[in-house]
Design a protein around this ligand. Sequence first.
Ligand code: GDG
Length: 485
Amino acid sequence: EDDPRPYPSTKRLTLVSNRLPVTINRSKNGQFQYHKSSGGLVTCMSGLGPDQSSNWYGWPGSVESHHNCKVRAELMQDHGAVPVFLEQELASRHYNGFSNSVLWPLLHYQDSLIAFKDCDWQAYQKVNRQFAVEIAFNAADGDTVWIHDYHLMLLPQMLREETEKRGKRLVIGFFLHTPFPSGDMFRILPVWREILEGVLHSDLIGFHAPSYDTNFKRTCSDLLKLVELPTGVQFQDRFVRTSDFPVGLDPEKILDCLQKDEVKRRISALKEQNPNMKYIIGVDRVDYVKGIPQKVDALDLFFEEHPEMLRKVTIIQVAVPSREDNPEYRDLATRIHQRVDEINTKYGDQSYQPINLIHQSVPIEDLLALYASSDVCLITSIRDGMNLVSFEYVACQSERRGVLLLSEFAGASERLAGSLLFNPWDKEGTAAALHRALTMDMDERTVNHRKAEEFVMKNTRYGAYDFKYPSRLRKLTCKNRSAHW
Ligand code: GDG
């Protein structure tokens, strides 16, 4: 790993993700406005310093083509972002089609939701090729390119093809933000070979959890008959390193924000509103992988079994709208509303609603005040690559030392010692875990909180990115150079 041979490196890091971390809106007078997007990928990458993230490629969303030049200039100048403009139908087939209706359910073990269409697969290939052509055109020999997530699994291969044509050599890393399933699941995909080989053109492939890394290597050896080693797989004439690199937060940013007067005011307001109420917080995108219906069913059972908890416990569930172009997601939102209404009617009245559903995105100040004021955080993901909400809750709990109730199907469960793990498919077990969390004494909560906090505070951008990822990417790939290039 410490190969001393020099290799060309411009020390330039290019990030690539399907969406840029910036959302574009138009003001009433027609001006373009740029806002930081929210979501897991943006949260975990926002710790990168400006020097390193100065070059980020991605789709900026739909922009009328005659504005492309202006938007490109503004994005590049003010946000270090390089837009890859996609034609609308192509973008939709790539994103709503193959990415979110095939790969997303596949990678999260939801085989009944996979809707494979050849036209979407064609669009996926075209979009990956367009990214490859645009990045290859601008890349310098020796650049490091760090590709993110399941929308761009063909990009490592296509980028090699496009750069080799131009006589350039890149160091390519790929990070998957979702789980990687077992080979038996993965082989459902009619184009499993193309996707696996596409990503295997990386130098280093990263996952959130050791189990995803193991699944990936085992899938490569079972389906492609590659030689599997503890540190990676042999593919064609190169050794591809694979490992787990758990993402982290920037806890200092969160702690600073908690000190803001407006956040403190919100925390006091919540306390004054109802001093004896215990709060359970849930923060999820409205996505079937987050297990919100399972959560609501378990809450129903919990109140049925523990009527003494009524009026003493309130659940605040932030349900952030997501992928609303997809009917599956719209139906899910409707079902959640219906079930929450049923429960509030069954157990509540005008003065008390056990579940407070906030079906919108909330400002970060409100979110942090909610985390800090809650006695329990309930995460019921039926599958989740990592789950950063669990980290954020822990970071906000140094005083209250609330209980993190975490699904064993979230990648975070392999990291956060001190959390209370449960199976979200087991309604009785979930309700029992909830009761245990709400009645746990301070001593036990303190011990548990410290264990989880240790990981969240150490596994920061400094540990995970500045040192571990890009520099390892550069180092680990030295040895491949003679063989591959
Ligand atoms: C994917 C993977 C993996 C949420 N609501 C609001 C808001 N958020 C922020 C949270 C958190 C982020 O969004 C959600 O991150 P998660 O990791 O929990 O979930 P996904 O969005 O599904 O992320 C996941 C992640 O990528 C990173 O690799 O962990 O497994 O599915 O930071 O705070 N932020 C604001 N308002 C909201 O209403 N401001």
